[in-house]
Design a protein around this ligand. Structure first.
Ligand code: GLP
Length: 240
């Protein structure tokens, strides 16, 4: 695991975008695994700038998102479908047919998971972008999720719902379930880029970098992946 400590959120976002832009330049038809949350927003803003400056094009890029809430529609401002379009896809030349975001159809959750999982099996993700939950979750793989898990419906922990409450009017509005790539899907990516910012992630950084691998802290499995870069800002690194 390559650890890069940077000054602040902006520096993390600059480097994050540079790594992704270089991936696109090296292979304009690459496949990216994308994440939501506040961690990647600055990175996406930089990628939009790079597109506007004609440094990169998403014309042939394929994308697969990690996860999506259950129980809110794609048009809900807090859906991850909405987030991705609002922060990235609406501002670049990605083709909608190349965008993949897990979805729940309300017919059969098992079918929804199988459908997304089959897509992931056919894809080959060149670079997977990740944030980290305060409890170590990646995607929405909460503590205790087996490392062999593939796409599934997860019941969100109270901690995760509280962490994400800031985006909703009240805790009652925060979805209780989500569909997420499993840890095994995430680990299949050729490269992984994790972004960690802020003091609220300082304990998570200590656990991640301790090297102990345990399902109680899902992100710890990244220690077993051959090509992981973690960009950590000084606030998040402050307990090291
Ligand atoms: C959500 C997402 C994760 C994300 C995490 C951290 O729960 N499902 O993919 O990494 O939040 O979010 P933030 O970057 O806002 O701290």
């Amino acid at each position: 695991m390559k650890v890069i400590v940077v000054k602040d959120y902006q520096a993390m976002s600059d480097l994050g975008a540079e790594i992704i832009a270089n991936t696109i330049k090296a292979n304009p038809s690459c496949t990216l695994g994308l994440a939501t949350g506040s961690s990647p927003i600055g990175t996406y803003q930089n990628l939009v700038k790079a597109y506007e400056n004609k440094e990169i094009s998403f014309k042939d890029v394929k994308t697969y998102n990690l996860d999506e809430y259950c129980g809110i529609s794609r048009s809900h401002p807090q859906s991850y479908y909405y987030f991705m379009h609002d922060n990235l896809f609406n501002h670049v030349d990605v083709r909608e047919e190349n965008v993949h975001i897990p979805a729940v159809s309300n017919d059969s959750l098992d079918e929804d998971c199988k459908k997304y999982n089959d897509m992931l099996h056919e894809a080959s993700i060149d670079l997977q972008l990740l944030g980290i939950g305060g409890n170590g979750h990646i995607g929405f793989n909460e503590p205790g999720t087996p490392f062999t898990q593939e796409t599934f419906i997860v019941e969100l922990t109270e901690k995760t719902r509280q962490d994400n409450k800031r985006f909703f009017q009240s805790i009652d509005e925060v979805p209780t379930h989500a569909i997420t790539m499993g840890i095994q899907n995430i680990m299949q990516a050729k490269k992984i880029l994790m972004l960690i910012s802020g003091t609220s992630k300082a304990d998570a950084v200590v656990k991640l970098l301790s090297g102990e691998i345990t399902p109680d802290f899902p992100a710890s499995i990244l220690n077993n992946h051959p090509d992981v870069t973690v960009i950590i800002d000084q606030d998040a690194y402050s307990k090291m």
